[in-house]
Design a protein around this ligand. Structure first.
Ligand code: G3H
Ligand code: 13P
Ligand code: ZN
Length: 330
């Protein structure tokens, strides 16, 4: 089933990022693994008039089936255009591609953007493989995100205890030699629901906006910077989970005002996955707890989907600033 992404109604990230940088907002990179998450993402973004990058990890491809995912994304585009009557740009993006082969496989099957994540490799090795991915992708109009610096936390099979901030002195050399279209950097964000080793939310440290500013200065105002690990681990959902039989202790995320601040200094894409996972789990736990007789999945997945839409619309408006960038349908 090889597709060109244009045949699926998808866009690469070039024009999306140009507009985002000119207007000072970030495009959301929301991850999905199932139909309800995908419906929620595109509905929230169409309703708020936001561009969107639909992200798929290696784990998502294994979970939902890589062929199924392409048709799901195509179905989501059709729903946005034909039923929601929205023209927001939609990209389908591989999140944390671990080698050239997975990037190639996604490009060949219809993705409009891929990330090659060589951040754990020695510098020269990261450059070598990123460049190889860029050559293959650019020949097909596909955008490439690369990463320099290491985030703490879990990314598919890779796990790092400590983060290593991106070295601003390396970014220009890396971007020039690889030709990557956007660069993910490490300035204090990390993956998952346990981002900081602190006991109280008040002790969550701010991001290293100083490093971001230096990187932006080196790359120039037109170059898109990406922030991974940008969930805020919303405490209302952590509480709902814990009040309904869950056990998430000391789960804290990045302050939303810090993400907003980062969009002023060249951050054109912000990755959010864990916040959505928390919403779904919180709502399902609450319903199971309060209505033990419910056994129709629509009765708990539906409300979870509604809450996801609400959360993402708020993020688009208040945190990323991308709501209203395109005509909204509300
Ligand atoms: O960066 C990781 C994303 O949140 C995807 O997570 O590999 O568990 O699907 P996953
Ligand atoms: P979170 O775990 O903070 O949601 O980060 C998601 C991410 O970076 C996906 O690539
Ligand atoms: Zn990530």
């Amino acid at each position: 089933m090889p597709f060109k992404y244009e045949e699926l109604g998808l866009s690469n990230t070039k024009a999306m990022f140009e507009k985002a940088l000119n207007e000072g907002y970030a495009v959301p990179g929301y991850n999905f693994n199932n139909m309800e998450q995908l419906q929620a993402i595109v509905t929230a973004c169409a309703q708020s008039g936001s561009p969107v990058i639909l992200q798929v990890s290696k784990g998502a491809r294994a979970y939902a089936n890589s062929t199924m995912l392409i048709y799901m994304a195509h179905g989501a585009v059709k729903m946005v255009r034909e039923e929601l009557k929205s023209e927001i740009p939609i990209a389908l993006h591989l999140d944390h591609g671990g080698d050239f082969e997975i990037c190639k496989s996604c490009i060949d099957s219809g993705f409009s953007s891929v990330m090659y994540d060589g951040s754990h490799l020695p510098y020269e090795e990261n450059i070598k493989i990123t460049k190889q991915v860029v050559e293959y992708a650019h020949a097909r109009g596909v955008s490439v995100e690369a990463e320099l610096g290491v985030l703490a936390g879990i990314e598919d099979d890779v796990h790092a205890e400590e983060s290593t901030y991106t070295d601003p002195d390396k970014v220009v050399d890396f971007v020039n030699r690889t030709g990557c279209d956007s660069l993910a950097i490490s300035i204090g964000t990390s993956h998952g629901a346990y981002k900081f080793k602190v006991d109280r939310i008040e002790d969550v440290p701010p991001l290293r906006i100083d490093i971001l500013k230096e990187i932006q200065q080196k790359l120039g105002r037109k170059y898109p910077i990406v922030l991974h690990g940008s969930s805020s681990v919303l405490q209302e959902y952590v509480k709902m989970i814990n009040d309904n039989g869950g056990n998430l202790e000391k789960a804290f995320g990045v302050r939303e005002d810090q993400i907003r601040e980062a969009t002023k200094y060249g951050v054109a894409k912000v990755n959010i996955d864990s916040d959505g996972r928390l919403v779904v789990t919180a709502i399902i736990r609450k319903i199971f707890n309060e209505k033990p007789k419910v056994f129709d999945p629509r009765k708990y997945l539906g409300p979870a989907r509604d809450e996801l839409i609400k959360m993402m619309k708020r993020k688009n408006k208040e945190v990323l600033g991308c709501a209203g960038a395109y005509p909204s349908i509300e």
